[in-house]
Design a protein around this ligand. Structure first.
Ligand code: 5AD
Ligand code: SF4
Length: 452
């Protein structure tokens, strides 16, 4: 059916959700809705949710909760909970949000239109959390793109078979399945034609891309994408240390468009905790992978994910993680306090850590890393980096912070994924320019264009 009206989409969570929200946006467009950034104008509101940690889940409930009042004066407004929390909660979502119209699970996106039709024809409380082994495939609707056409995400696989004991992903996103290479190539070629210069390939464990389907490997896929005209940079996330192959290390070294940066989540530096997390590698194995990477790609930028306060983590275990940071000197880290998820096995583990203790460990860890992040950034002073221009750097917009307050400045990223600010003259979005780095801050760099 075709409708008219405005659609507002609110996205919580990871890059994959950003990608999925675009799919939801293009379905809504095909049903006649126009995307708006003004929530007050909306006739349909979609919250694309994340359940990885308690805080993200609460954010979804509190966002959708506020529509109870709004729906009283605007009864035709359709409210939708989509994604991971929807999949996890199913019809239980109505207990907390009685005014909700649609609960759309992670594998129900292709049937979103049918749910809207059902609500429009008078059905109340539509729930679709059915499993699907298929990946919802549709080519991107480039007219739905927001202002950032420079860099786009492309999901290449969904779900996960790894069952780390703290993680809800295998339960809310289902088993691992990979997209067909032809469809990925077609999508990226289309993005390139629309002016996209950088793609980030997404999957929970990109290293095992295509293995179940007996398709080409991830490294072979990278080699194909490397040949697409117009694409200048290829990034990917996430790699699982247990499946990181030497072939991938060589691909990072040899394929010119593959960025010299790897995000390799370690989660903990303690072998006892890694085992309890079911990560499938030891601290020593992880260190070996890092040595391989540093040997083959000496300038590689490394980032990681860490969880502190996993059940039974002692001060000694925590110190193992601190020491791992000291040994590796990551360029950046994403660190989280362990969040108990009732559907994940670790929720039943004994020796849960006190919340205050988790916070303290998190702060200690972040403080230590701040030192290395700044140290790595300072090393770049005097160097010339190739930067892909992403936009104007406006205070606090998209997490960018303007360094020079009274100066019009632009922001972009280096190949190693560092945020670089510079004066904006003669530069436009999507340019790839050389910047000589003059100053380094904990989370960004500052410099001037050279050879312009
Ligand atoms: N608590 C805290 N952090 C978690 N992550 C996944 N599950 C949890 C949890 N229950 C983190 C991991 C993962 C990242 C995406 O989120 O570090 O790599
Ligand atoms: Fe979760 Fe582990 Fe799968 Fe990553 S690899 S999505 S942490 S289960």
């Amino acid at each position: 059916m075709k409708y008219n009206g405005y659609a507002y989409i609110y996205t919580i969570g990871c890059q994959m959700n950003v990608y999925d929200s675009e799919k939801l946006a293009s379905i809504l467009t095909s049903y006649g809705f126009e995307k708006t950034n003004d929530m007050d104008k909306a006739d349909i509101v979609v919250c694309n949710t994340c359940s990885i940690r308690h805080k993200a889940e609460e954010k979804a409930f509190s966002f959708l909760g506020r529509f109870a009042k709004i729906k009283k004066r605007k009864p035709h407004l359709i409210t939708v909970m989509a994604g991971c929390v929807a999949q996890q909660e199913g019809k239980k979502a109505f207990d907390r949000i009685p005014h909700l119209d649609i609960v759309l699970g992670t594998q129900a996106f292709s049937r979103f239109g049918q749910s809207i039709d059902a609500v429009k024809s008078g059905k109340q409380r539509v729930v679709d959390t059915k499993d699907s082994q298929m990946i919802y495939e549709s080519l991107p609707d480039t007219s739905c793109f927001d202002e950032n056409k420079t860099s786009r995400f492309v999901t290449i696989m969904q779900g996960c078979d790894n069952f780390c004991t703290y993680c809800v992903v295998p339960y809310v996103r289902g088993r691992e399945r990979s997209r067909k290479p032809e469809s990925i190539i077609e999508e990226i070629s289309l993005l390139a034609k629309a002016g996209v210069k950088e793609v980030t390939l997404l999957g929970q464990n990109v290293n095992s891309y295509g293995q179940k389907e007996d398709q080409i490997s991830f490294v072979q896929l990278l080699a194909k994408i490397n040949k697409i005209n117009g694409i200048h940079r290829i990034r990917f996330a996430t790699s699982h240390p247990k499946d990181l192959s030497m072939d991938l290390v060589y691909a990072i070294r040899d394929l010119d468009k593959v960025c010299n940066h790897l995000h390799l989540p370690v989660q903990s530096g303690s072998n006892k905790i890694l085992k309890k997390m079911n990560r499938g590698y030891t601290r020593e194995k992880y260190m070996d992978r890092i040595l391989d990477l540093k040997k083959q790609c000496p300038d590689i930028a490394l980032s990681t994910d860490i969880i502190v306060g996993f059940p039974s983590e002692t001060n000694e275990d925590f110190n193992d993680t601190m020491n791992l940071l000291r040994e590796i000197e990551f360029d950046s880290i994403y660190a989280f306090a362990y969040s108990d998820r009732s559907s994940a096995p670790a929720a039943k583990f004994s020796e849960q850590i006190d919340e205050k203790e988790k916070r303290e460990r998190l702060n200690t860890l972040l403080q230590l890393q701040e030192h290395y992040t700044e140290k790595k950034n300072k090393k770049l002073i005097g160097k010339t980096l190739e930067v892909l221009v992403e936009g104007k750097s406006i205070k606090k917009r998209d997490g960018f912070k303007q360094i020079r307050k009274n100066l019009e400045q632009m922001v972009g990223r280096s190949e190693s994924n560092k945020i670089v600010h510079f004066p904006s003259e003669h530069v436009t979005i999507s340019d790839i320019i050389k910047i000589k780095i003059e100053e380094a801050y904990p989370h960004s760099l500052w410099g001037h264009p050279v050879g312009a």
